[in-house]
Design a protein around this ligand. Structure first.
Ligand code: WQD
Length: 339
């Protein structure tokens, strides 16, 4: 079966392509390479001994999307990662985010609704919950006004899909709301390619561990948490990738209970920034230089998933730990810097 993965050369997309190919799917990737490189294709091939079809294409150009689907009308499902995802950048460049994250989604959905098989997996985010009132966070938690244009594009994206499913009874979609994806494939053939100064915690930790950064700034040590630092649910990217295959198979085998479902994807365990630092120190046997500084604007205090819906309905559960993820991130960082 042919599966389209948009943004398939990105961090989560590439790991999902590996798991799809491991399950015997034929994958075609669309990526505009704005936040990735064609080298990732070699990494995927090295792991699975199968080179996915890759089309460099700008999904913002409607005619290119139409042309692609005209040549690939045998697609059985789409996993849609293609989007910009830097929260801070989205605050400064809202229109770039609305164009790149919303227009592209509409064009892909317009073409997919014309095919025989209409199965769609959407890359969403726990960002839709903002600072949830209750922890752990279930799928019943209210979607709150987004804290950033990036988060808003995820909320709007889910609404666009929901409305599409309402008028297309044979259109089946699942939105996957990720908590904090970290780590890399254990082979160190693919991983997170942070371009420039990393915004996210784990690549900043591993670059500090390698001496590329003088020290890690811990954004806030006076939060109402056990050690004063923010809490997140750090999920290994390989566990996350496997969830996409399970969700796709749910739709392909018609096991979905309705034609629009959504699931939180996390470990169910909250870890603080200091706990993440200690995990790095354990797996690398190095001490990490860090300094507690002021809070970062827009950060929520604590977020971790209530995982029973994904575990019991979707039939997926994380297998890997924070230490597994940190060890894989460290191995990847050393590999790419020693090239
Ligand atoms: C985690 C914690 C920081 C960097 C964002 C998006 C989310 C998803 C993941 C796309 C926070 C602290 C960080 C640093 C630090 N992105 N931190 N020093 O903000 O939870 O989530 O990225 O889908 O949608 O919202 O992730 O890794 O930036 O921060 O102390 O140098 O680490 O304050 O508490 P975040 P993060």
């Amino acid at each position: 079966m042919k599966i389209l993965v948009t943004g398939g050369l990105g961090f989560i997309g590439s790991h999902t392509v590996v798991e799809l190919q491991n399950e015997g799917f034929d994958v075609v990737i669309i990526d505009d390479l704005s936040n990735s490189s064609a080298e990732v294709l070699e990494g995927i091939t090295a792991i699975t001994n199968k080179k996915p079809l890759f089309k460099k294409l700008d999904l913002k150009v409607k005619s290119e999307v139409q042309d692609f689907f005209n040549h690939h009308n045998d697609i059985a499902g789409v996993i849609h990662f293609a989007a910009s995802k830097a929260v801070g950048e989205s605050v400064n460049e809202p229109l770039m985010y609305y164009e790149n994250n919303i227009n592209t989604l509409v064009y892909v959905l317009q073409e997919l609704t014309k095919l025989n098989k209409k199965n769609f997996i959407f890359s969403s985010s726990c960002t839709v919950y903002g600072q949830a009132d209750e922890l752990p966070i279930t799928e019943n938690a209210p979607v709150k006004p987004a804290e950033s244009p990036y988060g808003n594009t995820k909320q709007i994206g889910e609404e666009i899909i929901r409305d599409t499913c309402k008028v297309n009874g044979d259109f089946n979609a699942i939105a996957l709301r990720y908590f904090n994806p970290i780590g890399a494939h254990p082979s160190a053939e693919i991983g997170e390619l942070p371009i420039g100064v990393p915004q996210n915690l784990v690549p900043f930790i591993t670059q500090t561990g390698l001496g590329m950064r003088d020290q890690l700034s811990v954004f806030g040590g006076d939060y109402p948490t056990p050690d004063g630092t923010c809490i997140r649910d750090y999920i290994h990217v390989v566990d996350l990738a496997k969830a996409h295959v399970v969700a796709l198979q749910r739709l392909l085998t018609g096991k979905n209970d309705s034609n629009f479902e959504f699931f939180n994807l996390g470990t169910g365990v909250g870890s603080s920034v200091l706990e993440a630092i200690h995990a790095f120190e354990r797996v690398s046997n190095k001490s990490l230089k860090y300094e507690i500084v002021d809070r970062r604007e827009g950060d929520i205090i604590s977020a971790y998933a209530e995982t029973s819906k994904a575990n019991n309905i979707l039939g997926w559960k994380t297998q890997l730990t924070l230490d597994d993820a940190m060890a894989s991130a460290w191995k990847w960082e050393q590999k790419i810097r020693n090239k």
